[in-house]
Ligand binder design. Sequence first.
Ligand code: UD1
Ligand code: MG
Length: 454
Amino acid sequence: MSTSVIILAAGKGTRMRSTLPKVLQPLAGRPLLEHVIHTAKKINAAHIITIYGHGGAAVQQAFSQENVQWVEQAEQLGTGHAVKVTLPVLPHDGVSLILSGDVPCVQPSTLQRLLDAASATGIGIVTLTVEDATGYGRIVRQNGQIQAIVEHKDATDEQRQIQEFNTGIYCVSNAKLHEWLPKLSNDNAQGEYYLTDIIAMAIRDGMTVASVEPELAFEVEGVNDRVQLAALEREFQTHQAKQLMQQGVHLIDPARFDLRGTLSVGQDVKIDINVIIEGDCSFGDHVEIGAGCIIKNSVIAAGTKVQPYSIFDQAVVGHNVQIGPFARLRPGAQLANEVHIGNFVEVKNSSLGIGAKANHFTYLGDAEIGAGSNIGAGTITCNYDGANKSKTIIGERAFIGSNSSLVAPVHIGHGATIGAGSVITHDVAENSLAFERSKQIAKENYQRPQKINK
Ligand code: UD1
Ligand code: MG
């Protein structure tokens, strides 16, 4: 049986007080709606339909790479009306999972349990029981069986005592959606077409309504304002941190760790406080990340140690490398095994061979540096002439003296030595010494200027 996923995302999100549509607000670095679409993909949905309204163009553009069908709900007349506008594109067989674009953390395992429960009855919902369900639609049961959902605003005082609420996640047979949705009315406290009214319709048709509870409460938490967004961010981060610790990661303080993307890890990875991991990263066995590092879309092989406050973006780092503190690896940085990159060293679109070292205050851009070379403090590869970028190629075992400028394009041969303070504009042959500096002038018995008292 094929499963469609319908995602409700037409709401304005007024309470966010933002020009960005609510479903594009980020949770853990990704738009709310992206979380929902990825979850839909994990349960192998045959068809993902997203209902958009406010900020439609921006929302569609943000997901132009995704295989999603967009249906416009020009006027937001209620959740039932929203699903109704999908009927022209909704298959007549199979089932639909109905999700909300602003409930981003529902787990595939919960949706799978809902699908299983609803496969027997034709309709199921995810509910949750809490101390105080104020504001939510309440689940009305008789002899344990669900009879209806009553919205908070339509509920009697007695119904408002009900602690089990509708999370807004449903699984319904498509045949029944085609039958029921055209019959919804908006005769209620909010004058809206309520999707929740299909529960009473199912009961009238003699059906049983299945229900499942999520494993974790945060899965069904919605985002309506920035306070809720920040609270959910923390819960989501706590959940991810827990998963990493269960995989064996030593997080010094899970409350001070942020993963905005995915991280795959080997054994005994250690991460100090206030580290942010973004995009897709992978750390090998025994990798250690010092406090305050920001690591984005990077691969770090086993045994590498990163000292505090280092920043990585699209870097590929080998085994047993030492980096930082205060190092910056920019896109295209490729460090072979056992490289050392020290403080205030910036590496962009450059490779360093096995065991090469650049330990202090250096810019390496568009450079190829051979194995075992030593780049002295303050070395600059001058890769940009104001119009074009050029390459610096340094062979193996070269020694670049401190405070040298290598004006690209330039080639320094294997084993060459560059004297400190040189501005190198011509190629340097293998095993030779090159330096470029004026003669040292010495004045004996020199008197420094004296301060004049006014
Ligand atoms: C809805 C449920 C309520 C449930 C709660 C869970 C109804 C009538 N009520 O209430 O039982 O407890 O969710 O959070 O369904 N949307 C559209 N088009 C519309 C209206 C809404 O796309 O015309 C989207 C919103 O963007 C949002 C979702 O549907 O993603 C839910 O809408 P919302 O207005 O938040 O419903 P609630 O009143 O919270
Ligand atoms: Mg809501």
